[in-house]
Write a protein that binds this ligand. Structure first.
Ligand SMILES: Cc1ncc(COP(=O)(O)O)c(C=O)c1O
Length: 360
């Protein structure tokens, strides 16, 4: 056997040529402002869960459907448990969606630019992404393209607020889209808690009953500060959930994560504070960054997509040299931007000082 060619030949064709998803960089000792994690730690009750973990909790398998977690989530989100599925991060929920709804040769549609993992998951399924540009995305506010309504794709995904822009589409527009598409509409609400706290009525959860083809995703990686634990929730019609259960790994959320999620969900005051602190620090950051003459579309998330011009790449590299990671996308139209996650005050100040130092 010639190793490279013969082993490659044993791999499914769509995977052979697939570019792997590139997660945000992790560099030891660097200040991370590149992956939109929460700048503060999770609720104190989360530490108690870690300290109190019993031997049996680890010896036995976890609840396959994360029933206790779903019960608490049901109370918090006002959605019945039979409409909720837990995932190993919302990325796991997305994997379940792609595997359930899409077969080779299908298309999935999304407004573009957006979270690039969708394309990777499409590639794994031998599914073709259909990107429809957000209106005015290069230099204005990102608007939902009307052509999204008529693609005929079995799955349409809208991240709302969107990544990398942090822009928000109003729920009435998404409800119209849910009525127009012929397939499933997935609204990925990874950052919606920030939008909800700031302007209210940002989530599609309240409209699940009205749209049987609507799937809403939430994550604990952002406003709950549990990115390391990997926990996401999927909300959908019970009929769809029954199919997703067949597709998911039997024990897709580990016991520790289920308990951490319950603790984080229960502390509503702490969650409110995390979101409020983030919004306050975002305002500070916006105020400081405006002095560089930079612009960004209106952010409703915990990050800003700054239009910085030709110096984007060199600033990204210069910041990295100084121990600060921000996100640079080497893609047409985005390569003049830096995506910056909101940090704690000291991180934000260090970022501004480093940018000044770099001549921004
Ligand atoms: C829009 C969007 N969806 C999903 C995720 C992933 O969330 P999780 O950590 O729950 O897998 C991210 C992470 O950055 C994101 O930006």
């Amino acid at each position: 056997m010639t190793v490279d060619a013969d082993l490659d030949a044993l791999v499914r064709r769509p995977i052979r040529g697939l570019a792997p998803y590139a997660p945000g960089e992790q560099v030891a000792q660097c200040t991370k402002m590149n992956t939109n994690e929460c700048a503060w730690g999770p609720a104190p009750a989360v530490q108690t869960v870690l300290a109190d973990l019993t031997e049996d909790a680890l010896r036995l398998y976890p609840q396959p459907m994360a029933d206790d977690l779903r019960q608490v989530a049901s109370e918090v989100f006002k959605v019945s448990p039979d409409r909720i599925l837990a995932g190993n991060g919302s990325d796991d929920c997305l994997t379940i969606l792609f595997r359930t709804h899409l077969q080779p040769g299908d298309q999935f549609a999304c407004p573009w630019p957006t979270y690039s993992l969708y394309d990777t998951l499409a590639g794994l399924q031998d599914v073709e992404p259909l990107h429809i540009d957000y209106t005015d995305w290069r230099d204005g506010e990102w608007g939902l393209p009307t052509a999204l309504a008529t693609t005929g794709a079995p799955v349409t995904i809208v991240a709302n607020p969107n990544n990398p822009s942090a822009t928000l589409i109003a729920t009435n527009e998404l409800r119209r889209l849910a009525n127009q598409v012929t397939g499933i509409l997935v609204v990925d609400e990874a950052y919606v808690d920030f939008a909800d706290a700031e302007i209210g009525n940002a989530s599609m959860l309240a409209f699940l009953d009205d749209h049987p083809n609507l799937v809403v995703l939430r994550t604990f990686s952002k406003s709950y500060s549990l990115a390391g634990a990997r926990l996401g929730l999927m909300f959908a019609h019970p009929r769809l959930i029954q199919h997703y259960v067949k597709v998911k790994d039997s024990y897709n959320v580990n016991v520790l994560t289920q308990l951490l999620g319950i603790a984080a969900l229960r502390d509503r005051d702490y969650h409110r504070d995390l979101v409020a602190n983030t919004l306050a620090e975002r305002a500070f950051l916006e105020d400081q960054l405006a002095a560089f003459g930079w612009t960004w579309p209106t952010s409703r998330g915990n990050f800003l997509l700054c239009r910085v011009g030709e110096q984007a790449r060199s600033l990204y590299l210069g910041l990295k040299d100084r121990g600060i990671l921000v996100r640079f996308f080497d893609k047409p139209g985005l390569d003049s931007c830096l995506r910056i996650s909101v940090g704690q005050r000291a991180d934000n100040q260090a970022l501004i000082a480093a940018l000044r130092d770099l001549g921004a």
